[in-house]
Design a protein around this ligand. Structure first.
Ligand code: FMN
Length: 288
């Protein structure tokens, strides 16, 4: 991968996945703040670049800044994002920012994971942001966790964060920030990581999606929104591709051919969020 072109080349590559749109919206807010500071930004939704990762790696190589975004699922960054980072060619102290969006339950170690992956690839991590968003599993609820977020207060936090790091974005050399600050420290989050969020238990907390072929009118809406490619050959489901449990297929299916009992999880998620943050309002937290 090409070295850091630093101050003379103000181009940023923004890579993200955003099944229900909050991560994309947050990333756009960050990128428009970078554009105001003279950056040209190229955006790559990794769900649309499956099989074309080389193109994205080349664009990252040609940019002077990398911005990475992911939703939090089960206290972790989404696996296609971490897999993409783990396969990325190494960089030479190229500055990088990472952000996650989460639905007020727990951000877990998601940011720490992204920062670690970037650092191990030779990027210089300069800033991290955990942004509060509407909980994407609660689209069937009139009162979803994080309703209306990210909102004005979140954007204010993000703006101060970008302001405070913008001068260091163009500096060459140096090393990553101490990203251990983004580690899961709350006892509740640690307990969740050690129990319900473990991969072998996720099947219990994230109900599987069922497909009823006889109800399917082949409109293709679910194929369009599926971030993993599992539905690409519908009515045959690509079982070799892991379902991320984003439930976007359930959300868009007008014929109920795709279904999952997500409503059952709503009270559980509300209870978990209450335990996690007590009576305080969830806040967007930025690190630099
Ligand atoms: C399967 C699944 C797991 C989730 N796990 C968490 C979690 O561990 N903690 C949390 O606060 N929010 C969790 N969320 C909510 C998402 O992190 C949040 O809504 C995020 O903003 C979604 O991003 P997107 O709109 O870009 O898809 C989860 C959502 C889904 C669908």
């Amino acid at each position: 991968m090409a070295g850091n072109n630093g101050a003379q080349n103000k181009t940023a590559a923004h890579i993200f996945i955003s099944p229900s749109g909050s991560t994309k919206k947050t990333g756009r807010a960050i990128c428009s703040m970078l554009e105001e500071r003279g950056y040209t930004v190229r955006e790559f939704n990794l769900a649309k670049y499956r099989g074309r990762e080389k193109e994205v790696y080349e664009a990252i190589g040609a940019s002077s800044l990398l911005v990475v975004g992911s939703p939090v699922y089960a206290g972790s960054a989404l696996s296609p994002v971490t897999a993409f980072l783990n396969k990325m060619p190494t960089a030479n102290k190229k500055p990088a920012l990472a952000y996650v969006t989460y639905g007020t339950v727990s951000k877990g170690d998601s940011l720490f994971q992204l920062a670690g992956a970037l650092d191990r690839k030779g990027f210089k991590v300069l800033g991290l942001a955990a942004v509060v968003a509407e909980h994407s599993m609660m689209f069937k609820s009139g009162n979803p966790l994080g309703k209306g977020r990210p909102g004005e207060s979140d954007n204010g936090e993000i703006k101060s964060w970008v302001d405070s790091i913008s001068s260091s974005l163009e500096s060459t050399g140096g090393k990553s920030m101490d990203y251990s600050v983004a580690r899961q420290r709350q006892l509740f989050g640690k307990v969740m990581q050690a129990t319900a969020f473990r991969p072998e238990f996720q099947g219990f907390i994230f109900p599987p999606v069922s497909f009823r072929e006889e109800s399917c009118d082949s409109c293709g809406a679910c194929i369009e929104v599926c971030p993993s490619g599992r539905l690409d050959n519908l009515p045959r489901i690509n079982k070799s591709v892991k379902c991320l449990h984003c439930y976007q297929c359930v959300k868009v299916c007008g014929e109920s051919a795709m279904s999952a009992p997500v409503r059952l999880m709503q009270p559980v998620l509300h209870a978990l969020a209450r335990i996690s943050r007590g009576s305080s309002e969830p806040v967007t937290t930025c690190y630099r």
